[in-house]
Write a protein that binds this ligand. Structure first.
Ligand code: ATP
Length: 262
Protein backbone atom coordinates (compact mmCIF):
# COMPACT_ATOMS: atom_id res chain seq x y z
CA UNK A 1 0.00 0.00 0.00
CA UNK A 2 1.17 3.46 -0.91
CA UNK A 3 1.20 6.25 1.63
CA UNK A 4 0.32 9.73 0.55
CA UNK A 5 3.42 11.85 0.05
CA UNK A 6 5.93 9.00 0.27
CA UNK A 7 8.05 7.82 -2.61
CA UNK A 8 8.16 4.45 -4.33
CA UNK A 9 8.22 3.11 -7.87
CA UNK A 10 4.55 2.56 -8.84
CA UNK A 11 3.50 -0.82 -10.20
CA UNK A 12 1.30 0.63 -12.95
CA UNK A 13 2.69 -0.43 -16.29
CA UNK A 14 2.46 1.26 -19.69
CA UNK A 15 0.13 -1.58 -20.80
CA UNK A 16 -2.29 -0.70 -17.98
CA UNK A 17 -3.05 2.60 -19.68
CA UNK A 18 -5.42 2.53 -22.66
CA UNK A 19 -5.16 5.15 -25.42
CA UNK A 20 -3.55 8.57 -24.72
CA UNK A 21 -1.06 7.93 -27.51
CA UNK A 22 0.23 11.43 -28.15
CA UNK A 23 0.66 12.08 -24.43
CA UNK A 24 2.64 8.84 -24.14
CA UNK A 25 4.97 10.04 -26.89
CA UNK A 26 5.53 13.37 -25.16
CA UNK A 27 6.24 11.74 -21.81
CA UNK A 28 8.56 9.27 -23.45
CA UNK A 29 10.60 11.99 -25.10
CA UNK A 30 10.56 14.61 -22.34
CA UNK A 31 10.84 12.42 -19.25
CA UNK A 32 11.44 8.70 -19.76
CA UNK A 33 14.24 8.79 -22.33
CA UNK A 34 15.79 11.68 -20.52
CA UNK A 35 15.96 9.75 -17.25
CA UNK A 36 17.32 6.73 -19.09
CA UNK A 37 19.87 8.57 -21.25
CA UNK A 38 20.69 11.88 -19.58
CA UNK A 39 23.94 12.28 -21.55
CA UNK A 40 22.08 12.68 -24.89
CA UNK A 41 20.15 15.60 -23.47
CA UNK A 42 23.15 17.28 -21.87
CA UNK A 43 24.92 17.12 -25.20
CA UNK A 44 22.10 19.19 -26.69
CA UNK A 45 22.30 21.74 -23.91
CA UNK A 46 18.95 20.71 -22.45
CA UNK A 47 19.77 21.29 -18.84
CA UNK A 48 16.34 21.91 -17.38
CA UNK A 49 13.73 19.33 -16.53
CA UNK A 50 10.41 19.85 -18.24
CA UNK A 51 7.19 19.88 -16.24
CA UNK A 52 3.68 18.99 -17.36
CA UNK A 53 0.19 20.14 -16.43
CA UNK A 54 -2.54 17.67 -17.39
CA UNK A 55 -6.06 19.00 -17.41
CA UNK A 56 -9.46 17.60 -18.29
CA UNK A 57 -12.49 15.79 -16.88
CA UNK A 58 -12.01 13.48 -13.89
CA UNK A 59 -11.39 9.77 -14.35
CA UNK A 60 -9.66 9.92 -17.74
CA UNK A 61 -6.26 8.61 -16.74
CA UNK A 62 -4.17 11.57 -15.57
CA UNK A 63 -3.01 9.88 -12.37
CA UNK A 64 -2.69 6.51 -14.05
CA UNK A 65 -0.42 7.70 -16.86
CA UNK A 66 1.77 9.70 -14.47
CA UNK A 67 2.34 6.51 -12.46
CA UNK A 68 3.08 4.54 -15.62
CA UNK A 69 5.67 7.15 -16.63
CA UNK A 70 7.49 6.66 -13.32
CA UNK A 71 7.31 2.88 -13.67
CA UNK A 72 8.61 2.96 -17.23
CA UNK A 73 11.46 5.30 -16.29
CA UNK A 74 12.29 3.35 -13.12
CA UNK A 75 11.76 6.57 -11.17
CA UNK A 76 10.32 7.14 -7.73
CA UNK A 77 6.87 8.70 -7.50
CA UNK A 78 5.53 11.11 -4.92
CA UNK A 79 1.77 11.72 -4.99
CA UNK A 80 0.66 15.02 -3.48
CA UNK A 81 -2.82 16.49 -3.41
CA UNK A 82 -2.75 20.26 -3.72
CA UNK A 83 -5.10 21.10 -0.84
CA UNK A 84 -3.18 18.83 1.54
CA UNK A 85 -0.20 21.17 1.45
CA UNK A 86 -2.29 23.89 3.02
CA UNK A 87 -1.59 23.65 6.72
CA UNK A 88 -3.04 25.55 9.58
CA UNK A 89 -0.05 27.39 10.98
CA UNK A 90 1.98 30.17 9.43
CA UNK A 91 5.07 28.87 7.66
CA UNK A 92 4.06 25.21 7.83
CA UNK A 93 2.74 25.04 4.29
CA UNK A 94 5.89 26.53 2.76
CA UNK A 95 7.95 24.13 4.82
CA UNK A 96 5.83 21.28 3.48
CA UNK A 97 6.62 22.30 -0.11
CA UNK A 98 10.36 22.47 0.70
CA UNK A 99 10.16 19.03 2.31
CA UNK A 100 8.48 17.49 -0.73
CA UNK A 101 11.19 18.73 -3.07
CA UNK A 102 14.02 17.81 -0.75
CA UNK A 103 12.57 14.29 -0.38
CA UNK A 104 12.34 14.06 -4.17
CA UNK A 105 15.98 15.13 -4.59
CA UNK A 106 17.20 12.49 -2.18
CA UNK A 107 15.46 9.76 -4.16
CA UNK A 108 15.97 11.09 -7.69
CA UNK A 109 15.16 10.28 -10.40
CA UNK A 110 11.77 11.14 -9.02
CA UNK A 111 8.44 12.35 -10.34
CA UNK A 112 6.33 14.54 -8.10
CA UNK A 113 2.67 14.29 -9.08
CA UNK A 114 0.62 17.25 -7.87
CA UNK A 115 -3.04 16.31 -8.06
CA UNK A 116 -5.79 18.93 -7.70
CA UNK A 117 -3.51 21.89 -8.33
CA UNK A 118 -6.69 23.99 -8.57
CA UNK A 119 -6.92 23.53 -4.79
CA UNK A 120 -4.03 25.99 -4.62
CA UNK A 121 -5.86 29.06 -5.76
CA UNK A 122 -6.76 32.22 -3.97
CA UNK A 123 -10.39 31.64 -4.91
CA UNK A 124 -10.69 29.75 -1.66
CA UNK A 125 -11.79 32.92 0.08
CA UNK A 126 -9.94 35.74 1.70
CA UNK A 127 -8.95 33.75 4.76
CA UNK A 128 -6.93 31.23 2.77
CA UNK A 129 -5.56 33.67 0.21
CA UNK A 130 -2.38 34.52 2.13
CA UNK A 131 -1.30 30.96 2.64
CA UNK A 132 -2.09 30.02 -0.97
CA UNK A 133 0.04 32.88 -2.23
CA UNK A 134 2.94 31.83 -0.03
CA UNK A 135 2.64 28.20 -1.13
CA UNK A 136 2.57 29.17 -4.82
CA UNK A 137 5.63 31.38 -4.28
CA UNK A 138 7.48 28.58 -2.52
CA UNK A 139 6.54 26.21 -5.36
CA UNK A 140 7.91 28.70 -7.89
CA UNK A 141 11.15 28.97 -5.92
CA UNK A 142 11.57 25.20 -5.90
CA UNK A 143 10.65 24.84 -9.58
CA UNK A 144 13.11 27.54 -10.62
CA UNK A 145 15.99 26.19 -8.55
CA UNK A 146 17.54 24.78 -11.72
CA UNK A 147 20.65 22.94 -10.62
CA UNK A 148 19.06 21.72 -7.41
CA UNK A 149 16.22 20.07 -9.25
CA UNK A 150 18.43 17.56 -11.01
CA UNK A 151 16.40 14.45 -11.85
CA UNK A 152 13.22 15.77 -10.23
CA UNK A 153 10.26 16.07 -12.60
CA UNK A 154 6.86 17.56 -11.87
CA UNK A 155 3.49 16.58 -13.32
CA UNK A 156 0.44 18.55 -12.23
CA UNK A 157 -3.21 17.59 -12.75
CA UNK A 158 -6.41 19.56 -12.58
CA UNK A 159 -10.02 19.62 -13.71
CA UNK A 160 -9.94 23.43 -13.73
CA UNK A 161 -7.09 24.92 -15.69
CA UNK A 162 -8.87 28.30 -15.73
CA UNK A 163 -8.33 28.96 -12.02
CA UNK A 164 -4.64 28.04 -11.91
CA UNK A 165 -2.08 30.77 -11.30
CA UNK A 166 -0.52 31.43 -14.71
CA UNK A 167 2.92 31.85 -13.20
CA UNK A 168 2.88 28.09 -12.53
CA UNK A 169 2.39 27.31 -16.21
CA UNK A 170 5.47 29.05 -17.58
CA UNK A 171 8.21 27.06 -19.33
CA UNK A 172 10.53 25.36 -16.87
CA UNK A 173 7.66 25.03 -14.38
CA UNK A 174 4.47 23.07 -15.23
CA UNK A 175 5.21 24.31 -18.73
CA UNK A 176 3.73 21.70 -21.06
CA UNK A 177 -0.01 22.01 -20.71
CA UNK A 178 -1.84 18.98 -22.14
CA UNK A 179 -5.56 18.32 -22.37
CA UNK A 180 -6.63 14.79 -21.41
CA UNK A 181 -10.08 14.42 -22.97
CA UNK A 182 -12.92 11.94 -22.64
CA UNK A 183 -11.92 8.86 -24.62
CA UNK A 184 -13.19 8.32 -28.19
CA UNK A 185 -14.88 5.02 -29.15
CA UNK A 186 -11.53 3.58 -30.29
CA UNK A 187 -9.86 4.70 -27.11
CA UNK A 188 -12.65 3.17 -25.02
CA UNK A 189 -11.85 -0.14 -26.73
CA UNK A 190 -8.17 0.26 -25.85
CA UNK A 191 -9.01 1.18 -22.26
CA UNK A 192 -11.25 -1.89 -21.90
CA UNK A 193 -8.44 -4.08 -23.24
CA UNK A 194 -6.00 -2.53 -20.78
CA UNK A 195 -8.46 -3.04 -17.91
CA UNK A 196 -9.06 -6.66 -18.93
CA UNK A 197 -5.37 -7.44 -19.23
CA UNK A 198 -5.16 -9.32 -15.97
CA UNK A 199 -8.68 -10.77 -15.97
CA UNK A 200 -10.05 -13.95 -17.50
CA UNK A 201 -12.16 -12.57 -20.36
CA UNK A 202 -13.86 -14.82 -22.89
CA UNK A 203 -11.85 -14.89 -26.15
CA UNK A 204 -14.93 -13.95 -28.17
CA UNK A 205 -15.59 -10.75 -26.25
CA UNK A 206 -15.40 -7.97 -28.85
CA UNK A 207 -13.87 -4.97 -27.09
CA UNK A 208 -14.27 -2.57 -30.00
CA UNK A 209 -17.88 -3.47 -30.71
CA UNK A 210 -18.75 -3.10 -27.06
CA UNK A 211 -16.91 0.23 -26.76
CA UNK A 212 -18.74 1.59 -29.84
CA UNK A 213 -22.20 1.07 -28.36
CA UNK A 214 -24.33 4.14 -27.89
CA UNK A 215 -24.58 3.32 -24.18
CA UNK A 216 -20.80 3.66 -23.82
CA UNK A 217 -20.69 7.15 -25.29
CA UNK A 218 -19.30 9.71 -22.85
CA UNK A 219 -18.03 7.07 -20.42
CA UNK A 220 -14.70 7.89 -18.78
CA UNK A 221 -11.90 5.39 -18.11
CA UNK A 222 -13.06 5.30 -14.49
CA UNK A 223 -16.61 4.44 -15.64
CA UNK A 224 -15.25 1.64 -17.82
CA UNK A 225 -13.19 0.32 -14.89
CA UNK A 226 -16.40 0.20 -12.82
CA UNK A 227 -18.18 -1.68 -15.64
CA UNK A 228 -15.45 -4.31 -15.84
CA UNK A 229 -15.57 -4.81 -12.05
CA UNK A 230 -19.36 -5.18 -12.22
CA UNK A 231 -19.04 -7.76 -14.99
CA UNK A 232 -16.51 -9.71 -12.93
CA UNK A 233 -18.88 -9.64 -9.95
CA UNK A 234 -21.78 -10.86 -12.10
CA UNK A 235 -19.57 -13.70 -13.29
CA UNK A 236 -18.84 -14.70 -9.69
CA UNK A 237 -22.52 -14.49 -8.71
CA UNK A 238 -23.46 -16.73 -11.62
CA UNK A 239 -21.24 -19.44 -10.23
CA UNK A 240 -22.66 -18.96 -6.73
CA UNK A 241 -26.20 -19.25 -8.06
CA UNK A 242 -25.38 -22.60 -9.64
CA UNK A 243 -23.74 -23.85 -6.48
CA UNK A 244 -26.70 -22.67 -4.35
CA UNK A 245 -29.06 -24.60 -6.58
CA UNK A 246 -26.96 -27.71 -6.18
CA UNK A 247 -25.87 -27.61 -9.82
CA UNK A 248 -22.22 -28.43 -10.30
CA UNK A 249 -20.17 -25.64 -11.88
CA UNK A 250 -16.94 -26.97 -13.28
CA UNK A 251 -16.20 -24.28 -15.85
CA UNK A 252 -13.42 -21.83 -15.08
CA UNK A 253 -14.61 -18.34 -14.18
CA UNK A 254 -14.59 -16.30 -17.38
CA UNK A 255 -16.09 -12.84 -17.94
CA UNK A 256 -18.43 -12.93 -20.95
CA UNK A 257 -20.29 -10.34 -23.00
CA UNK A 258 -23.51 -11.30 -21.23
CA UNK A 259 -22.01 -10.22 -17.89
CA UNK A 260 -21.82 -6.67 -19.21
CA UNK A 261 -25.53 -6.67 -20.04
CA UNK A 262 -26.70 -6.66 -16.45
P1 ATP B 1 -9.08 12.80 -11.32
O1 ATP B 1 -9.16 14.09 -12.07
O2 ATP B 1 -10.35 12.43 -10.62
O3 ATP B 1 -7.87 12.67 -10.45
P2 ATP B 1 -7.77 11.14 -13.29
O4 ATP B 1 -7.86 11.68 -14.66
O5 ATP B 1 -6.50 11.28 -12.55
O6 ATP B 1 -8.99 11.66 -12.46
P3 ATP B 1 -7.36 8.35 -12.90
O7 ATP B 1 -7.28 8.38 -11.41
O8 ATP B 1 -6.10 8.21 -13.65
O9 ATP B 1 -8.17 9.61 -13.41
O10 ATP B 1 -8.37 7.20 -13.37
C1 ATP B 1 -9.21 6.52 -12.45
C2 ATP B 1 -9.29 5.05 -12.81
O11 ATP B 1 -9.99 4.91 -14.06
C3 ATP B 1 -7.94 4.40 -13.03
O12 ATP B 1 -7.41 3.89 -11.84
C4 ATP B 1 -8.27 3.31 -14.03
O13 ATP B 1 -8.81 2.17 -13.39
C5 ATP B 1 -9.36 3.93 -14.87
N1 ATP B 1 -8.83 4.62 -16.06
C6 ATP B 1 -8.97 5.93 -16.37
N2 ATP B 1 -8.38 6.22 -17.54
C7 ATP B 1 -7.83 5.09 -17.98
C8 ATP B 1 -7.07 4.73 -19.15
N3 ATP B 1 -6.75 5.64 -20.09
N4 ATP B 1 -6.67 3.45 -19.28
C9 ATP B 1 -7.00 2.53 -18.35
N5 ATP B 1 -7.70 2.79 -17.24
C10 ATP B 1 -8.12 4.04 -17.06
Amino acid sequence: TRREGFSSIPNIKWEDVGGLDSLRKEFNCYIIQRIKHPEDYEELGMDKEVGFMLYGPPGCGKTLIAMAVANEAGANFIHIKGPEILKKYVGESEQEVRKIFSRARTCSPCIIFFDEVDGLTSERGREGAGVVERVVNQLLTELDGADQRHGVYVIGATNRLDVIDHALLRPGRFGRVVYVPLPSADERGLILKALARKRPVSPDFDFNAFASREACKNLTGADLAALVSEAAMTCKQEKEKHVDQGISYDEPLVIKTSHFEK
